[in-house]
Design a protein around this ligand. Structure first.
Ligand code: GLU
Length: 507
């Protein structure tokens, strides 16, 4: 294999959907696996779809994901510039080359004329009319007009586009690394615009020219680009670059959780989960779309989840670090079928990564939240809390929401538990228990538990008669981690105070 050079080529038309991140990830894994290079190229030739802030957003999001580029706007290599609008002057010569070799032509048709043509064709019973080898003869272009007329129009400054001249009845073959042979007849392809009247190339020309000039060896991109691939193959051919053509791999779609169609940008709001790596604020409306980062996901959990949307390692291993992914990844193990997005699985991955963190790491993150809540606790206390809550949490923020009682006294008590477990006898039992705990010198969880059990034995009552009420008094809740562990962490004075509060306040 020649040197592997791949590119991720987003258009800055808005935030990067997770499908785009998955494309970037697979490119990255493929490049690193083969000791190759990955390039970030910004494809901004469509000025009408340009969205302010999108480029920065894309760069920052990929950075958060840990996808590092060997060449980019910020890190130019030998094949720059890396933003297509900065390469503008470069494309015209290739459009001209195609004109000269007869593979492209000028077209002067106005929007009205194009609409008229489509309408006429529809009326004639053609459901999806195209500008192609049949219709082009009736339009205003350098194939239908005389040479003089064409020159005159160009000289007078009339607006024109350059279109590819699709050959008649030829087969274009692509051996896609994922899909196998794809064969399309040129009769089913239209004369796409390759150069626009604003002096910019279209995506197709710019993409092919740049892949060639940047020495791209493999084009790995979403399935939505498969219909464009035959045109790209023809462009390589017409430009005389066939022997330098990259290999193609079109990745399967990411589907909605129910498998019904492509996961769209709007599905996130509808289904209540983020579809963007990081939060995005629409610069025009100010609307905010949630992101995985801001929702508390770890970047490596997010990446691990994404890696499985279309690829599998062929083993039962599910947790992969980036290094392990690089090691295991191959395009052969990328499927053709669309991959259903599974939000529960995404949460599961985060939970697994949270569990793998040391208590010191978790403590650091939880301290940040506590600080914003103006709660001051020493690291020892906070890491103990993390240790106790670790198995129950998916996000670090849950340790605060669900473990508030470690830091603040309960102000209310779970109603359902009160109704079910707080009986007439409870205040007296709790009072007696309190009197047993108060003289303890050793307030370790084992000792508290021992004392608690001895008291149950003395009263000849079961756990259920007192433990829920004890928990309620310390935490305000009906469920949680080991209560004796909580008690020892809170310390004797706090435990006694909370028991007294509960006896006084729960009715
Ligand atoms: N600019 C295209 C996009 O936004 C890139 C497609 C390709 O990779 O060729 O997805």
């Amino acid at each position: 294999m020649s040197k592997v050079r791949v590119r991720f080529a987003p258009s800055p038309t808005g935030p990067l959907h997770i499908g785009g991140v998955r494309t970037a990830l697979y490119n990255y894994l493929f490049a690193k696996k083969h000791k190759g290079e990955i390039i970030l190229r910004i494809e901004d030739t469509d000025q009408s779809r340009f969205v302010k802030g999108a480029e920065d957003y894309i760069i920052e999001s990929l950075n958060w994901c840990g996808i590092k580029f060997d060449e980019s706007i910020a890190k130019p290599g030998n094949y720059g510039p890396y933003r297509q609008s900065d390469r503008k002057l470069l494309y015209l010569q290739y459009a001209e080359q195609l004109l000269q070799s007869g593979h492209a032509y000028y077209a002067f048709d106005t929007q009205e004329e194009l609409s008229q043509m489509r309408e006429d064709m529809k009326n004639a019973g053609i459901p999806s009319p195209q500008y192609n080898s049949i219709t082009r003869v009736g339009m205003k272009n350098s194939l239908s007009l005389s040479e003089d007329e064409v020159k005159k129009r160009i000289k007078s400054g009339e607006k024109y586009v350059i279109r590819i001249k699709m050959p008649r009845n030829e087969e274009v073959k692509i051996n896609d690394l994922i899909r196998g042979w794809v064969i399309v007849n040129t009769n089913n392809m239209d004369d796409k615009v390759i150069f626009k009247s604003d002096g910019m190339p279209t995506y197709h020309l710019a993409n092919v020219v740049d892949d060639y000039l940047m020495k791209i060896s493999h084009v790995i991109r979403g399935e939505e680009w498969l219909p464009s691939a035959p045109l790209h193959v023809l462009l390589y051919d017409f430009l005389g670059w066939s022997n330098k053509m990259p290999e193609f791999a079109h990745l399967p779609l990411i589907l909605k959780p129910d498998g019904n169609g492509k996961l769209s940008k709007r599905d996130g709001d509808r289904l209540g989960f983020p579809v963007f790596p990081t939060q995005w604020q629409n610069p025009e409306t100010g609307d905010i779309s949630s992101g995985y980062r801001e929702s508390g996901y770890y970047a490596n959990a997010f990446i691990n989840m994404l890696s499985f949307l279309g690829w599998n390692p062929g083993t039962t291993q599910e947790i992969f670090s980036m290094e392990e992914l690089i090691e295991s990844f191959s395009l052969e193990r990328v499927g053709k079928a669309g991959a259903k997005f599974d939000f529960d699985k995404t949460r599961w991955f985060n939970q697994q990564y949270l569990r793998k963190k040391s208590k010191e790491e978790l403590c650091k993150d939880l301290q940040l939240i506590l600080k914003s809540e103006l709660i001051v606790k020493d690291d020892f206390f906070v890491s103990q809390v993390c240790e106790q809550l670790k198995e129950r949490a998916t996000f670090i923020s849950e340790m605060w929401y669900e473990g508030r009682y470690y830091f603040l006294r309960p102000e209310s008590y779970d109603e359902k538990t009160v109704r079910k477990k707080w009986k007439e006898e409870t205040p007296d039992l709790l009072e007696e228990l309190k009197n047993k705990l108060e003289p303890l010198i050793d307030f370790s969880s084992e000792n508290i538990e021992k004392e608690f059990k001895a008291y149950l034995l003395e009263k000849e009552i079961g756990m259920g008669r007192l433990l829920p009420a004890f928990r309620l008094s310390l935490t305000g809740l009906g469920m949680g981690p080991s209560l004796f562990e909580i008690a020892t962490l809170l310390g004797k004075k706090e435990v006694i105070d909370r028991m007294e509060n509960a006896i006084k306040n729960i009715k």
